[in-house]
Ligand binder design. Structure first.
Ligand code: ATP
Ligand code: MG
Length: 458
């Protein structure tokens, strides 16, 4: 026997989601914050599967929790993420130092090394899921956010660098985003480690000569990671950054040739881009090609997608040296953009809504709806709440709100004749006709036809 508490606790503490971590809800659930709804989410996921399938990328999943050392070694100690954004904790059971993944690449590379995945040759892979960074939450910036992550491992490029960029472009096109208008491409080359060292020394000399203009963050990074100063968003330092020595001028022949080849591949397909010599990425592991897809429509959270080549990372994490290139795309940012532009997406509405008048015997209703669904029809049954199934009027209201094109009315008279009434809801005609419950397979497909065909259908 179950025990029922004799009285409810006087006040139950209200629980809410952790700050900066969001529920992704159906559009029918109203909310105050601007966030993409779950239909947008599914629309995006379907597009991603289509596009990546066309390019031959395979799906993989890695854990959300990884050893902290993976990110410290992989991303570099003097990076925003490792210095101040990671959710790290000690496993109370065994004392292990763990971190909620702030990005996907390090975990993927760890998995590839662990499973010797490149043994049979290079791999094209992708994943998507939640990432965690302890940042100040604002529009387009959250503490739990989601990324699409696409990686090509074992390819030296530059062909595959261009492919990466084109995969993103194909995704924009699939979604209805216009490149050059809604999203723009910026590219740069970070050269090779030796070239970066030379540039770095020049950079340190330059910033030392202008030490009075540096902010606290920049002064701290001057000797540990001066390249990151170029990434500063502090307006007071922009003029200084503008005049700083450019890595591009330190690139050797091979690096230049690699960059030129990427550029001519993009030119060949008419993809416009801006070479942004100040484009450096947040992680230390990048070399040669880096790129970002940016938008002007999301304020300072304007980078929708960023990536590049990271030839050193696999060896740095203990694997057999192999080149690689990839990108991460912020799903919330992209969907906010899609929402703001009101990009069209297929309706998630059902084909039909079944109206079940009070007192109707359920057996023939359920049997008919199951038969329809088996034929691929999307049909929602009006089901009773605590106060019963509701009047016909309120059921028709629900049918309307559902967006369904048809109502199926299981009236007692029709049921007695083995029939159901099919009524058009969306074309203004109010047309209706009876259909036989015994011959569902013969008329199921008509429920999936578009509104303009309704008159002929009924
Ligand atoms: P930002 O400069 O905006 O902080 P980032 O360089 O840290 O971005 P990456 O590490 O390159 O970002 O991650 C790839 C993409 O993931 C970004 O371009 C962005 O679209 C998205 N992203 C990064 N951080 C967040 C976040 N806190 N909330 C939502 N999306 C994010
Ligand atoms: Mg960041």
């Amino acid at each position: 026997m179950s025990t029922v508490p004799s009285s409810a606790p006087s006040k139950v503490e209200k629980l809410s989601a952790v700050k900066g971590m969001n529920d992704i809800l159906p559009a029918s659930v109203p909310r105050t914050e601007k966030l993409p709804d779950s239909a947008r989410w599914q629309w995006f996921e379907a597009a991603v599967r289509n596009v990546l399938g066309r390019y031959g990328y395979q799906y993989l999943l890695t854990p959300i929790v990884e050893p902290t050392a993976l990110f410290v070694r992989g991303l570099g100690e003097v990076t925003d993420i490792v210095e101040k954004e990671m959710y790290s904790f000690t496993d109370s059971m065994n004392g292990d130092k763990l971190t909620l993944r702030p990005e996907a690449t390090a975990g993927i590379v760890r998995a590839m090394i662990e499973h010797n995945a490149l043994y049979n040759g290079p791999l094209r892979i992708w994943t998507h899921g939640p990432m965690f960074r302890h940042e100040r939450p604002q529009k387009g910036r959250y503490r739990q956010f989601h990324q699409l992550d696409v990686e090509a491992l074992g390819f030296a490029g530059p062909d595959v660098d261009a492919e990466m960029i084109l995969v993103a472009r194909a995704l924009w096109r699939e979604l209805g985003l216009v490149e050059g208008q809604h999203v723009r491409l910026e590219i740069n080359s970070l050269g090779q480690p030796a070239e970066r060292r030379e540039h770095r020394e020049a950079l340190i000399r330059y910033f030392e000569q202008n030490a009075s203009v540096l902010d606290e963050d920049a002064r701290r990074r001057l000797h540990s990671n001066p390249l990151r100063i170029l990434d500063s968003k502090n307006p007071a330092m922009q003029a200084l950054i503008e005049q700083a020595p450019r890595l591009m001028d330190f690139l050797g022949e091979e690096s230049r040739a690699h960059f030129d080849a990427v550029r001519s591949a993009l030119d060949a397909v008419g993809l416009e881009y801006r070479v942004n010599p100040r484009l450096v990425r947040g992680m230390d592991y990048y070399n040669l090609t880096v790129f970002e897809w940016v938008t002007d429509q999301l304020g300072s959270q304007g980078t929708v997608c960023g990536g590049g080549r990271y030839d050193g990372l696999i060896a740095q994490l203990g694997g057999k040296p192999a080149p690689a290139v990839g990108f991460g795309l912020g799903i919330e940012r992209l969907l906010l953009l899609a929402q703001e532009l009101d990009l069209p997406m297929p309706s998630a509405a059902p084909d039909a809504y079944a109206i079940v008048p009070p007192g109707t015997p359920l057996a023939p209703v359920i049997a008919t709806l199951e038969a329809l669904r088996a034929q691929g029809v999307r049909v929602v049954q009006h089901a009773g709440g605590a106060d019963g199934v509701g009047s016909m009027k309120s059921q028709f209201k629900k049918a309307d709100a559902s967006g369904a094109r048809y109502a199926l009315v299981f009236g007692a008279d029709e049921l007695a004749r083995g029939q159901v009434t099919v009524k058009a809801l969306r074309d203004g005609s109010g047309a209706q006709a009876e259909r036989s419950l015994g011959e569902v397979a013969q008329w199921a497909a008509t429920l999936q036809s578009s509104a303009s065909e309704l008159a002929q259908v009924l």
